[in-house]
Design a protein around this ligand. Structure first.
Ligand code: M6R
Length: 623
């Protein structure tokens, strides 16, 4: 949540910062702001409520010169989304400006203390406390800025990624992090660079940086970076001990960050799924021997094979993937699997044994609750296996081993290709364990892997079959509520379908295991209530047919997802979408696609902002 961009070097900072903010807008879009030390040496701040475009309009007639700057796009936590609460925030003397991502938990205490000492505040944010505290400490301790930053951060409880400008020193940019991500790009400069002049970028992730350099440093927790125009880059910890940063080469492609002709990132990401899954499988499935090779599992075999049970922690869509993972891992590898909301797990004193293995699933790798669940598990001596998309993310670095899903950057707030990538990674994980534990016969093991290799092609067919969805999505536009039903492997798909509809169209929707309907929710069914039923031929087909019958007899309108060639459910449905046949455990990989498209088209028809739905942000880095 919240995106930070920074630049120091020979180039004009403003265009780099604005472009970077657009890339990070998925992290929050309540307000945006930029601060520059301009050519005349003034420290300027321009901000606007709303999106980056509003900031650009606000800065139109302003002096946007300068080769050093910081910028921010906000997802509001403390203080309503208005211009005053937008970042960057000035210090009292206007010598410093600061942007922040995270939450300062003890901000009230700090603010009261500072106010007692004569500091005045402009905003309601926790962030302003940071910049005022730094200035106050610098003045009272008569020290340089970097020392004041160390002192201030030692007094702070909470999470932060920050970047600071100092009007008195236009040659340095200061950044620090704890609990919120921050990446430093080490640039190449340009022909206007003076001899020895360096170039550094800052970003909450690498997307604002990749255009200029693929050399990055992932700042670690409690590290403070001093980035100097003369090339000096000093990274220290809170105790002022110098750290040795690791320079990493990014494996990211600029095209992946563009819409590539699609109207929205979400649509592009839905259509990318066949290729995304090919990439996820690449190098992990040997098609000749029909076997799985997962580096993360190979490296940690000892811990994984002695696991008493597996606990999967995740949030949102990743939690839905975890539920399907549970079904598969238990079925294939015969290990008990519990699935936990990371936000509940971290606070409810769970019984954790050191022989348990925890799997943390996160697309962004930055979800605060999932990160805290990992820390809790590790404090009990558990081995933690990560399933992440973003390489270099906090969760990827915090886990003991893991698998990257490799589906490419997911920018639409609604998770789509990451979900199917997570499922495939969990399936490969379950199969790798099953092989070691010999819980599957050789024949079945090979058969399952063979079926897995066919999934990308079947995803493509599913997309091709789904052309009609746009038409009947229009009919759904007028509904106020919607129920999604599935059984077995498709019950979590019902949950996921309902979440997709809620988050981008703002239509209330609930997912249920179909058989649970008669324990209460069936009372909701009438001719106004669309019921989406995921009913592929395999699994509990006959059972779900009876559930559909029960809804039909109460005048419910049925939209069904069925296996190609099905007539029974099709004939009972008002609308029907066919997906190719596959094994029961793989059905979610296909059945979720029409549901993603259904939500997408409903949201578009309702004129919603599909990629940036209200109140949401892509990475939830606050609890
Ligand atoms: O990055 P993560 O996978 O940890 O994110 C978890 C959830 O915040 C995320 O899946 C959220 O529910 C999506 N917006 C759903 O589409």
């Amino acid at each position: 949540m919240c995106g930070i961009v920074g630049y120091i070097g020979p180039k004009d900072a403003y265009p780099i910062l604005i472009k970077g903010l657009h890339r990070l807008e998925y992290r929050g879009y309540d307000s945006a702001g930029v601060s520059l030390i301009n050519q005349s040496g003034s420290l300027v701040v321009y901000k606007a409520k709303g999106k980056v475009a509003a900031l650009e309009a606000a800065a139109e007639e302003k002096d946007i010169s300068g080769t050093i700057g910081i910028a921010h796009t906000r997802w509001a936590t403390h203080g309503e989304p208005n211009t005053t609460n937008a970042h960057p925030h000035y210090s009292q003397s206007h010598s410093l400006s600061l942007v922040h991502n995270g939450i300062i938990e003890n901000y009230k205490t700090l603010r009261t203390e500072l106010e007692k000492n004569g500091m005045t505040f402009q905003s309601e944010t926790d962030t302003e406390v940071l910049v005022q505290l730094i200035e106050y400490l610098q003045t009272t301790h008569h020290c340089d800025l970097i020392t004041a930053v160390h002192l201030a951060l030692k007094n702070v409880i909470g999470a932060y990624a920050i970047a600071i400008l100092d009007k008195r020193n236009p040659n340095q940019l200061i950044a620090a992090r704890k609990g919120s991500p921050l990446v430093i790009g080490v640039g190449k400069g340009n022909e206007t660079a003076a001899p020895g002049e360096a170039e550094f970028f800052l970003g909450s992730d690498a997307t604002p940086i990749i255009e200029y350099t693929n050399q990055v440093i992932y700042l670690q927790d409690e590290e403070i970076a001093l980035l100097n125009r003369n090339g000096k880059q000093l990274i220290t910890n809170l105790e002022s001990v110098q750290q040795t940063p690791q320079l990493v080469t990014l494996q990211m492609n600029l095209d992946e960050l563009e819409k590539g002709g699609y109207a929205h990132f979400m649509l592009k990401e839905i259509f990318e799924q066949p290729n995304a899954i090919r990439n996820c499988l690449r190098g992990r499935i040997d098609r000749d021997t029909l076997s799985i090779k997962l580096k993360g599992v190979d490296e940690s075999k000892d811990r994984l094979l002695t696991a008493r049970r597996i606990i999967i922690c995740a949030c949102g869509t990743s939690w839905h993937a975890a539920l399907i993972g549970k079904y598969f891992i238990e079925e294939a590898a015969k290990i008990p699997v519990d699935v936990e909301y990371a936000s509940e797990f971290r606070y409810r004193n769970p019984v954790i044994d050191k022989d348990d293995v925890v799997i943390a699933i996160s697309q962004s790798g930055e979800t605060a609750d999932t990160l805290a669940a990992i820390q809790l598990a590790q404090s009990h001596g558990c081995f933690v296996y990560g399933i992440c998309n973003v390489v270099g993310s906090s969760i990827a670095r915090a886990t003991d081993s893991g698998t990257f899903i490799h589906v490419g950057p997911e920018i639409g707030v609604a998770s789509t290709k990451a979900f199917t990538g997570q499922l495939v990674s969990l399936i490969m994980f379950g199969l790798a364990l099953a092989k070691e534990k010999k819980t599957l016969s050789e024949t079945l093991y090979h058969e399952i892997i063979n079926d897995l290799t066919l999934i990308p092609e079947k995803m493509q067919q599913t997309l091709d079959n789904s052309k009609g969805i746009e038409q009947f999505a229009k009919i759904f536009t007028y509904c106020k509520n919607c129920i999604y039903l599935g059984r077995g492997y498709n019950y979590p798909v019902a949950l996921e379908g309902a979440l997709k509809l809620k988050e981008i169209s703002y239509i209330h929707a609930e997912g249920y295991p179909a058989a649970e309907m008669k324990h209460g929710p069936i009372a909701l069914v009438d001719e106004e209530m669309p019921v989406v039923v995921i009913a592929p031929r395999r699994g509990m087909y006959e059972k779900i047919v009876s559930n559909i019958q029960e809804i039909k007899s109460r005048n419910g309108r049925i939209l069904s997802i069925v296996t190609e060639g099905d007539t029974q459910v099709k004939n009972m449905s008002d609308f029907c979408i066919e997906v190719p046949d596959t094994r029961d455990s793989f059905a979610p990989l296909l059945s979720v696609i029409p549901l993603q498209l259904l939500s997408y088209h409903i949201a578009v028809a309702k004129g919603r902002n599909v990629d940036q739905p209200r109140n949401l942000a892509k990475s939830v880095t606050v609890e």
